[in-house]
Design a protein around this ligand. Structure first.
Ligand SMILES: [Zn+2]
Length: 242
């Protein structure tokens, strides 16, 4: 009987280790996700500044094209000016040319202003990008370290799964079934009774007679209170040679 208990206690030891490892490993994906979110937010902030810069440059290029077109138009009008026969037609066209030139002037000023804003914005992008590079370096290192820890924990769990299989083979079949049923509801599923008869699993008192019986039989029973598999603590504490 004692050998059955020893085998089951060994199995439970592995199960407790696996449960602790899995609990630890569960935290890693959440932490990784949190850092990845921070990384994405930092990148989005730089991208937003870069988009502003692109918009300023796009506006400037559009205006520059418009100015070129306007200049061509005015050149054609100026050529036509000499062909005007009446003074009225001449002065009407001259006025159009004057208005167009003023428009060009306004656009040139806007181009200069857009260029000025783009220079400032380029500096903003440069600064923010520098900050992002620094921040992302730290975040990527943290993410990398966590991924390594996660992989290590998963490898340990796999290794322990192997140990569990081996440990389970040594446990008596019907006892293993009982253990697995209890294990799904509460861990540890195997609990010691300490004199005069307190279940270490639930802390409740059981009949002292049960304790004495288990000392004598070196066997196991069910805790009436929590349904754990219980044994007398001194049975597993005594040296195996006895
Ligand atoms: Zn109990």
């Amino acid at each position: 009987m004692r050998e059955k208990l020893l085998a089951l206690a060994a199995l439970q030891k592995v199960d407790v280790e696996v449960a602790a490892l899995k609990k630890n490993a569960e935290a890693y994906p959440k932490e990784i996700g949190e850092f990845e979110k921070q990384l994405a937010a930092a990148k989005a902030a730089v991208d937003a500044e870069r988009t502003k810069l692109e918009e300023l440059e796009r506006q400037r290029v559009t205006l520059e094209h418009t100015v070129v077109e306007e200049k061509d138009k005015v050149k054609k009008w100026e050529a036509r000016l000499t062909e005007q026969r009446s003074t009225r037609e001449y002065s009407a066209l001259a006025r159009e040319i004057d208005i167009a030139k003023k428009g060009q002037q306004t656009m040139s000023e806007e181009i200069t202003e857009l260029g000025r804003q783009a220079t400032i914005q380029r500096e903003v992008v440069r600064t923010k990008d520098g900050e992002f590079q620094d921040k992302s370096k730290g975040l990527l290192e943290k993410i990398g370290a966590l991924k390594e820890k996660l992989a290590a924990a998963e490898a340990s769990v796999r290794a322990l799964d192997g140990s569990r299989e081996a440990a389970a083979k040594s446990v008596d079949g019907s006892l293993l079934k009982r253990y697995d049923v209890v294990r799904k509801k509460r861990m540890p599923a195997l609990a010691a009774l300490v004199p005069p008869g307190v279940c270490k699993g639930c802390g409740m008192n059981v009949r002292a007679q049960l304790y004495n019986t288990l000392v004598a039989s070196k066997g196991f029973d069910t805790c009436p209170s929590c349904s754990r598999i219980v044994y007398a603590q001194e049975v597993l504490e005594e040296p195996a040679t006895k």
